[in-house]
Design a protein around this ligand. Structure first.
Ligand code: CMP
Length: 145
């Protein structure tokens, strides 16, 4: 499988619960290497720009409001089939429908406060990573574990 990069966001509910480390550990254990990590409190404009594809959806206003309600952690993860692997680890968007043992099933309380975001395709991953990180901020390194 090809080495890919994907964007992950740990949402305000993840930070409020103090589970940054638990989620990062799941990524690392599953072969997803963080190659850029930043804590950020998104402005309304930044959240609207990131989720622009959803701007006509009825949930857009609530989504932007939630994503700006507290700080988030944005990160780029690298690994084999990173886009699909991250989505497997996250589980379904609606935590009520997420498989047992996934991040959303274990930690999320609603479809808005669903703990994590992950790119849904390799093409979108490129766009989303570039939305938050300059190429010089993506730091490659080898794992010797
Ligand atoms: P995320 O993966 O960040 O992408 C868009 C977000 O919109 C999604 O997670 C949910 O938190 C939120 N959302 C709220 N309602 C819906 C819905 N009905 N369908 C999809 N996403 C929704």
């Amino acid at each position: 499988m090809a080495i890919e990069r994907t964007l992950s966001i740990l949402k305000p509910d993840a930070l409020e619960k103090g589970i940054i480390g638990k989620i990062l550990s799941r990524f690392e254990t599953s072969g997803l290497k963080p190659i850029a990590v930043r804590m950020q409190h998104l402005s309304k404009q930044e959240a609207e720009g990131f989720y622009a594809v959803h701007k006509e959806r009825p949930f857009f206003k609530d989504l932007v409001s939630f994503m700006t309600s507290g700080p988030v952690v944005v990160m780029c993860l690298e690994g084999e089939g990173a886009v699909a692997r991250n989505r497997e680890l996250m589980g379904a968007t609606d935590p009520k429908k997420a498989d047992k043992g996934t991040i959303r099933a274990d930690f999320a309380k609603s479809i808005d406060a669903n703990t994590v975001h992950g790119s849904d395709s390799a093409d979108n991953a490129k766009i989303e990573v570039a939305y938050f990180f300059r190429s010089t901020e993506l730091v490659s390194y080898d794992w010797k574990k």
